[in-house]
Each structure stands twice: as C-alpha cells, then as structure tokens.
Write a protein that binds this ligand. Structure first.
Ligand SMILES: *Cc1c(COP(=O)(O)O)cnc(C)c1O
Length: 379
C-alpha cells in the first residue's frame, strides 16, 4: 500500500487477503498450524500468527518501523524489551517522571538481575550526559510524561545516543502514533501500552514494541522465553480499534486543547499542565516534535478537595487508566503515586489537589460544563 496518510494506514494497513475476500482479518482461533510445506513455524508464543502479523504490519507502517512484536500488556512489552536488549553489568539511563509501573520494575527487578541504572532527578540535557558511563547501553525516555506532561526533546536524545553508541528507547503511549512518531527523530525502539489510546475503548490490555529488524530479532529471542504474547481474539479487537485511531485521537486533541484553555481561565484552578498551552515550559519542543498535543490535561484545584471535586462530576468518570473514548479523571496522589512518601510526592510535583483528566470524544461543551459545575459546587 502506497500512502503517507495515517488515516489511510489506520484503516487499511496490514490487510490480509483470503479466499472469501473478507474486508476484516478473520480471527484465527488456532494455536496449531500445519508446517509440512512451509518454512515458517507458526505458533502464538513465537509472535508470528496471522492476527499478530496483521497488527504488526499496521503499527509498523504507522510508526515507520521495520518490524515489531505484540504483547499481552504494556509492561510485558517494556520488561521484555529491556531483558532482551541488555545484559548483567549493563547500565541504563532513565529520565525523570516515568510511568509508575516502570519505576516498580526498575526497583524490584532490574537490580536483582544485575542491570545497573540511573533514574534522573531532572530532564536537562546536561543530566542525561552526566549519567552516561562506560557501561551505559541505553537511554529510556517517555514524553509527554504522566501526569505532569513534561516534554523531552527526542532529537536531542537520539543525537546523544548516536554519538555515544547507545540504544534509545521511548514509551510513546501518551502521544500515540497519531501525535508523535519517534523513529523519524532517530529513536531506535518505540513501545506502547496498547491498553490506552491504541485500544481506545477501555476494554483490552495489550502492548507493542516497534523497531528495526535487527533489534526486534534480538528481543524476539527473549520474548518467546518470557511468553508475553497476545491471543488472536484480542489482536482482532486491537486491529479494529486502530481503524478509528486518527479520528479518536484528533478529536481528543481538540477537546483537550479547549479544556486546557478554558481551565486556565477559571479562578478556582491554580495550574494547568498541557503541552498545547504556550505557557507550558517546553511548548516549543512539543510544537516541533508533536503534530497534536494529546488527550491528557492535568490541573491543580486552588482551594478544593480532589475527592469531593471528582464526586461532583456527573459525566466525567473517576477511574484509573486513560485513553478511552469516554472521559475519565483521577488524582495521582491516591492512585498512580500513592506509594510515594510525602517528600517524594513533593519532589515529583504530585500535590494532593492535582487531577489528571483523560479527555474523551464527547461534546467538549458538555465536558467543560461538567468541570465548571463541579468547581462551582465546591466553592
Ligand atoms: C499504562 C501504561 C503502561 C503500562 O501498560 P499496561 O498495559 O498497563 O501494562 C506503560 N506506560 C505508560 C505510559 C502507561 O500509561
């Protein structure tokens, strides 16, 4: 298929032909495949069955990668990528502000398996450079971050990695391939929690790694031992979801921008975090590397309690997770960051009155009314 359009790629890339000329990929409900007349040995845990392949082709074309692997969760993708690419004694630089699950993985597992690491205290270029040692093998970033939407310059990171011969890895979950394609900026490995925007309907768990053939081959060897592959039924649902990815995410972008602007003007809100606002600390970098600013808006309430505020909402649902067609909200202080001490929370910028809103595809005026009514009730 010849196109550069993400709209067309989302709908059509990865289509497989079959005798019935079906428009959709059939669900191959089989773990056993004949092998006598083929080179390939198909088996779900080898990451090579038709429903996995259809998804990989679609996602590879979207992100501009040569190849990929589909996992049963975002964390399966992340942990397998790290175990597949690195050895005991290697060192990895992690940026500040990563998803909590990765921090848990680093602290609980990396150390036990002898992989050395540095988690940065800030994301200045100098700090990345200062953390590189002779045994450093990779820089791992996530931009925009959760929940404060900090932005890291992908071109700068990939340049550092090229010069120092390191592998660059990004968690691209928050942006989705609609808003940001890191491989264009020279990043080597792109990971997604497909549970979020790629799935988009808050009903499936999946993950993905996209990269060049050489790195995917290396990760594959570990992947089939760890066994975190995705079943064909969920692959089918994910493929169906991605057909509407651009439509969903573009609507979420415009809704989020309007909500961020509107909340910025409200007297009961003390701070709004959104990369699409000119007041955002790295708006210029975001503008350079993103084609849309995403569907997550975080904000701090001035004099209100986060819990009572959330209970006053009627349309927006207080819930964990993000990226669905329905708007959801949570307070990171009692959810994603609940295990941090008061000092750690302060250091990470997680206050008790911070809220993270995952903007859905509802009418934006209904969402703004819901937020404003909840703000009023609590005055
Ligand atoms: C949710 C999430 C993950 C983990 O994905 P799971 O599918 O829950 O395993 C990783 N990174 C980011 C940024 C996420 O939001």
């Amino acid at each position: 298929m010849q196109t550069n359009s993400k709209d067309t790629i989302c709908v059509h890339a990865g289509e497989q032909t079959n005798q019935f000329k079906s428009i959709n990929t059939p669900i191959y409900a089989s773990t056993a495949f004949g092998y006598l007349d083929t080179e390939e040995r198909l088996y779900p845990r080898y990451f090579n069955v038709p429903n996995q392949q259809a998804l990989i082709d679609k996602l590879s074309m979207l992100e501009g990668s040569e190849s990929g692997l589909i996992f049963s969760s975002g964390m399966a993708a992340i942990s397998t990528a790290i175990y597949g690419l690195f050895n005991k004694g290697d060192h990895i630089v992690f940026q500040k502000g990563l998803y909590g699950g990765i921090i848990n993985f680093i602290l609980h597992d990396l150390e036990r398996f002898g992989i050395d690491y540095t988690i940065l205290e800030n994301n200045f270029t100098e700090s990345f450079l200062n953390a590189i040692f002779p045994h450093t093998k990779a820089i791992y970033i996530e931009t925009p971050t959760n929940p404060l939407l900090s932005i890291v310059d992908m071109a700068v990171i990939s340049e550092i990695c090229r010069k120092k011969n390191l592998t660059s890895i990004i968690d691209n979950t928050f942006a989705s391939p609609v808003n940001q394609t890191p491989i264009k900026f020279g990043i080597d490995v792109v990971i997604h929690s497909a549970t979020k925007y790629l799935g988009g309907h808050s009903d499936i768990t999946a993950g993905v790694i996209l990269s060049n053939k050489q790195l995917i081959a290396k990760i594959s060897k570990t992947a089939l031992n760890m066994g975190g592959s995705l079943d064909s039924f969920t692959c089918y649902l994910l493929e169906r979801s991605i057909k509407t990815l651009t439509v969903r995410v573009e609507k979420q972008n415009t809704n989020a921008q309007k909500i961020a602007e509107s909340l910025s003007e409200h007297p009961s809100i003390s701070k709004v975090f959104y990369p699409g606002l000119p007041s955002h600390a790295n708006h210029d970098i975001a503008h350079r590397q993103m084609s849309g600013y995403g569907g997550i808006v975080s904000f701090e309430l001035k004099n209100q309690n986060a819990d009572t505020f959330m209970r006053s909402l009627t349309l927006i649902k207080p819930a964990l997770s993000l990226g669905g067609v329905e708007s959801t909200i949570c307070d990171p202080s009692t959810t994603s960051h609940r295990h941090l001490t008061i000092e750690q929370k302060a250091k990470e910028g997680i206050s008790d009155n911070l809220l993270r809103l995952s903007v859905g595809i509802e009418d934006v005026n209904d969402l703004i009314s819901d937020l404003y009514n909840a703000l009023k009730t609590n005055k």
